[in-house]
Write a protein that binds this ligand. Structure first.
Ligand SMILES: C[S@@+](CC[C@H](N)C(=O)[O-])C[C@H]1O[C@@H](n2cnc3c(N)ncnc32)[C@H](O)[C@@H]1O
Length: 225
């Protein structure tokens, strides 16, 4: 599934991303990876996750419900870029642990030339998260609920970022979903009447022709009650 990497080929890839364990590991990994994340990983691996999440958001979330969105695990800003291509009037903020990834996102522009992100915040999403612009109408996330990154418990930190009745659309790596018990976490949140309108979709993470074609993610779509 994952390309072999040798010492003579020090490029960063999925092996490295799936080997991290702590927020500090993530900070270090993405500091090294930020400059080449799109050219060496997204483009070469044909990674379609940010675009696919933006499309699910656009299909599932009512246009009239949402004027502002927070993109958590912003990375280099591809999710915001695709989302604003579909919904040009949205205001989008981003939150990520890596200042180097956020620096890449800072330069992203919409199709009309405006910046994709209004505000970019460096925060660790394994803890309670503060944003001066919260609560948002909606939250979106691509590629950040995966091995060694965010587990189901981080959902508790995200819910307060969204207003009551607001939407949450989160991609979760398929194996991580099963291994870390996301289903039980979601059942608990529904039972405790913290979330409602839950549905789960599946998307392909990579385009046809990618070595990783077949890898899927679940997309959790729900509302804060
Ligand atoms: C695989 S990248 C995905 C980036 C982007 N959403 C995309 O799909 O291209 C994962 C991102 O999660 C961020 N991240 C990892 N752990 C985090 C944490 N504890 N708090 C906030 N962001 C974190 C990383 O810095 C990185 O930008």
């Amino acid at each position: 599934m994952v390309a072999e990497e040798t010492q003579s080929s020090p490029s960063i890839g999925l092996n490295d991303a799936y080997s991290v364990k702590t927020p500090e590991d993530n900070r270090k990994l993405y500091a090294k990876w930020a400059a080449t994340y799109e050219s060496e990983f997204v483009d070469k691996a044909k990674y379609r996750y940010p675009r696919a999440i933006a499309e699910v958001f656009n299909d599932e979330v009512l246009v009239e419900d949402v004027a502002n969105v927070v993109d958590v695990g912003t990375g280099t800003g591809l999710t915001g870029m695709y989302l604003t291509a579909l919904r040009p009037t949205l205001t989008v903020d981003g939150i990520d642990i890596s200042p180097e990834m956020l620096d890449q996102a800072r330069g992203k522009r919409r199709q009309d030339g405006q910046l994709v992100y209004r505000l970019l915040l460096e925060r660790d999403l394994t803890h309670e998260v503060l944003s001066i612009n919260a609560p948002y109408d909606a939250l979106i996330s691509s590629g950040t609920f995966t091995h060694g990154h965010l587990g189901p418990e981080a959902i508790d930190n995200l819910i307060p970022l969204v207003r009551q009745g607001g939407w949450i659309v989160i991609g979760v790596n398929n194996e991580h979903f099963v291994a870390r018990g996301f289903e039980d976490k979601l059942k608990e949140l529904v039972t405790e009447a913290i979330i409602s309108d839950l549905r789960v979709k599946r998307i392909n993470v990579y385009e046809e022709g990618s070595d990783h074609r077949g890898d899927q993610a679940r997309v959790l779509i729900f509302k804060r009650k």
